[in-house]
Design a protein around this ligand. Sequence first.
Ligand SMILES: Nc1ncnc2c1ncn2[C@@H]1O[C@H](COP(=O)(O)OP(=O)(O)OP(=O)(O)O)[C@@H](O)[C@H]1O
Length: 300
Amino acid sequence: MVEPVGTTLSTPRANGTPHVTSENVLTVRDFSVVYDVDPPVEAVADMSLDLLRGEILGLAGESGCGKTTLAYGIQRLLKPPAVITSGTVVFHDESGTDVDLLALDEASLQRFRWDKASMVFQGAMNALNPVLSIGTQLGDVFETHRPRMSRAERVHECAQLLDIVGVGRDRLRSYPHELSGGMRQRVMIAMALALRPQLMVMDEPTTALDVLVQREILLQISELREEFGFSVIFITHDLPLLLEISDRIAVMKEGRIVELDTASAIYHHASHEYTRKLLGSFPSLTGDRGGFLRTGEGAA
Ligand SMILES: Nc1ncnc2c1ncn2[C@@H]1O[C@H](COP(=O)(O)OP(=O)(O)OP(=O)(O)O)[C@@H](O)[C@H]1O
């Protein structure tokens, strides 16, 4: 199932959308990651970041600036030669407990992931097991993390999830090869959504898909966020798309955040030269081809 494509979010998001709170869900301070190769690469350098509960924070910046390293790093998903060399990452659970993510042991981390924070990455749709049905794979998340759930409850939850992401419950018994790429990516979003996490990290979640399917999925993420109130860190090279979907945007350059502001402020009066250069590299944002400007808020 697909949503109507006409209802695109064609302007940068306004400041202070109602579902965004002033409370942090994640606080990152002086966070650094080095790839211990020769010579060492300082991929993330003394980064500090506040992620608000309910917001979509876009991470922008050219290839190699450290976006993925940051996103994986804060969830402790990095592997050697990556080394976290400094900083703190604190998750503020809605129960009121603060969790120091850098101090969690492996078992606690396993429980934390999917449950409190989940991840959708670019090739996620190819991570589905080809010999298991969609329903079985979705059900596995509940079996692992909610072992006391009955089978009937699991099936009910999985069916509901497939409805929510627009795949439809009639696909429960389908196998991955029977679904399009867009549908498979929606299944991964359903999986990430399954345990109602408070944070979803999305690293180029729609890049491999065609433009229309991308837009439909992005609209849906935006709507789901409004419905469920989770926060999103959204990574993509596509700055026009980030301007549409994000509440705030952090612009990264060489492992540091050079500018962080509302999407609207970034679009209308970016203060850092690098941000302006980045905006300038998208003809749709600046020039005569400006479908974006014509349907949007007009030139700054
Ligand atoms: N395994 C690795 N070993 C050494 N250096 C690495 C490794 N992985 C990433 N890097 C380096 O770390 C820096 C940040 O890379 P990262 O992938 O985080 O950037 P990015 O902004 O996500 O880029 P892209 O948008 O292309 O994915 C780059 O200089 C990259 O070359």
